[in-house]
Design a protein around this ligand. Structure first.
Ligand code: NDP
Length: 291
């Protein structure tokens, strides 16, 4: 049966977010207006799910009225072994953020990877010619490296608080050498001088005053550098970068593209990007005002 056949079969389809916590997610603001704009009878739900309840939750996605799911923290890794098929890239990432129900057969994809590549290419079409300094070595950093690989970026350095974790990540990416830089001032400053894209993929940035490096260090970046923060807000790092005349990109752009790709996989239709962007920006702004 075609994907459209599946959409026609039941009055209202459902799709949702599996995670813990999910209450403050921006995903409903991203997906529901997209379904509504295209006249697709589907409802986006929030499915708070503990680790114990994860297998049952995933199993429930096989029902005919379920399009699939998004998966967020802390289940992106654990969900991989519960699916029937996982794309090659998601398998390399060791993480799935999107599940598609294809007639009872559950397929896992990682749309964070293509989303980062798309978001970067939008603002930096010549990304492959640039050196990238990546801060962090967790799940998001792994996705960023795989995205940089798809774009053909050849010069990548990583700095992480736990240097051994960065070494392990670098050694697992076999397609290219990755420099693991010491987090001390000497290593970091030299790496900044070599980079023309700085990416914050650490968890630091959600709170005022919280930055993954001393903002004075940004002076070391070449003047045409781009500073990207995966945090879904305008962080102190990005504000400081703009004050130094550098270009910036926040995590909302990546969030929008991962959601758009998930929408396309569930529905078989092109995502209404402008609708999604406008709605999620409004929701993010409202959230900023409420904190
Ligand atoms: P992980 O928990 O897997 O990794 C966290 C990273 O942050 C590690 O590198 C960790 O270093 C570092 N870190 C945490 N606390 C500190 C600290 N106090 N000082 C220095 N380094 C620290 O998280 P993820 O990789 O999944 O997520 C990272 C960020 O990316 C989050 O803010 C998340 O919201 C965001 N994200 C955004 C996406 C988007 O679409 N825009 C998609 C996915 C994630 P160490 O190894 O030393 O502990």
């Amino acid at each position: 049966m075609s994907e459209f056949g599946r959409l026609e079969r039941s009055a209202t389809q459902r799709v949702g977010l599996i995670g813990d916590p999910v209450a403050h997610s921006l995903s409903p603001a991203l997906q529901q207006p997209a379904f509504d704009a295209l006249g697709i009878a589907a409802r986006y739900e929030l499915w708070q799910t503990s680790a114990e309840a994860l297998p049952e939750r995933v199993e429930s996605l096989r029902a005919p009225d379920l399009l699939g799911a998004n998966v967020t923290v802390p289940h992106k890794q654990a969900v991989v072994r519960l699916l029937d098929d996982v794309s090659a890239l998601a398998r390399r990432a060791g993480a799935v953020n999107t599940i598609i129900n294809r007639d009872g057969h559950l397929v896992g994809e990682n749309t964070d990877i293509s989303a980062f590549a798309t978001a970067l290419r939008e603002v930096c079409p010549e990304a492959e010619q640039r050196g990238v300094l990546l801060l962090g070595a967790g799940g998001a950093a792994r996705g960023v490296i795989l995205a940089l690989e798809t774009l053909g970026v050849r010069q990548i350095a990583i700095v992480n608080r736990d240097r051994e974790r960065a070494r392990r990540l670098a050694s697992e990416i076999r397609s290219m050498p990755i420099d693991v830089v010491a987090g001390d001032d000497i290593g970091l400053l030299a790496a900044l001088e070599q980079a023309r894209v700085l990416v914050n993929a650490t968890s630091l940035g959600w709170h005022p005053g919280e930055t993954p490096l001393a903002v004075d260090h940004l002076q070391r970046l070449p003047s045409d550098s781009l500073v990207i923060d995966l945090t879904y807000r305008d962080t102190d790092l990005l504000i400081a970068a703009r004050e130094r005349g550098l270009r910036t990109l926040d995590g909302l752009s990546m969030l929008i593209h991962q959601g758009a790709r998930a929408f396309e996989l569930w529905t078989g239709q092109p995502a209404p990007l402008d609708v999604m962007r406008q709605s999620v920006q409004q929701a993010a702004a409202a959230r900023e005002r409420s904190v």
